[in-house]
Design a protein around this ligand. Sequence first.
Ligand code: ZN
Length: 282
Amino acid sequence: MKDNAFYFSHDTNARNDERILQLLTEYDWQGYGIYWAIVEMLNEASNYRLSLSGIKGLAWSLSVESDFLEVFLKRCFELRLFQKDDDNNFYSKRVLKNVDKREKKSILGKKAAEKRWSVDKSGKNADALGTQCQPNAIKERKGKEIKKRKDKRSSKSFEQFWKKYPRKVGKVKSLEAWNKINPDGVLIKTIMVSVEKHRKSKGWQDPQYIPHPSTWLNQQRWDDEILEKKEVVDQFKTDTAGFYIGYCSTCGEGSSYSRAEIWGDSRCCKDKIVPLKMEVAP
Ligand SMILES: [Zn+2]
């Protein structure tokens, strides 16, 4: 299980996956979270499949309403994020692909070990016990070295974070949160950039409004930018079809935009879309 978790935490391309982005547009980060929670469950399920007849139980373990989950899954099937089989189960091609990769890797590893083993056996000084133990001993030592290096890297990066984070409470708890996340290089950078941005934001000028660093880490608040976007979206009025009414900041033309479009440029002049019609000089 830990191995799988490790694997998925490095599946960074997911964010750019168009179909997941679609899910994000429609369901926000909640949908994104639920999608990945289901992927994790599939990854741990027998045969890497979950039964659709047990949807209530699934909904319960995801803490969502089963009505919601049904609609959500339906959308996932449409987007081909999950697939149904003939036995009323569903699975994820992505999970199966990753499992396949992992199994191939372990088979290759086994084959290499077997090869080594047979070479050693035919060798002149073949000492069965010795040759069998040696690779393991090396592996173990290497594992310890890597762990040591990792710990060092982790505490070093945590100190960087701690130095930068403007509210210094609960250092031990924060370090625990940091180690739990165990961020890789890319994520460390993301977190640092986000802290820097937050420091400059209005909300963080009064220390009492700055969350405890452990909370901030545990809730993965470096993704808060999305919330800012949500607030931006809330400023727009919607039409009867649920589209957002935005005005071009160059020519003032009003138009309906989808949620995804509203963060982009206006159709007419390719300029910022604003929620209120602006006075435009003739
Ligand atoms: Zn325009």
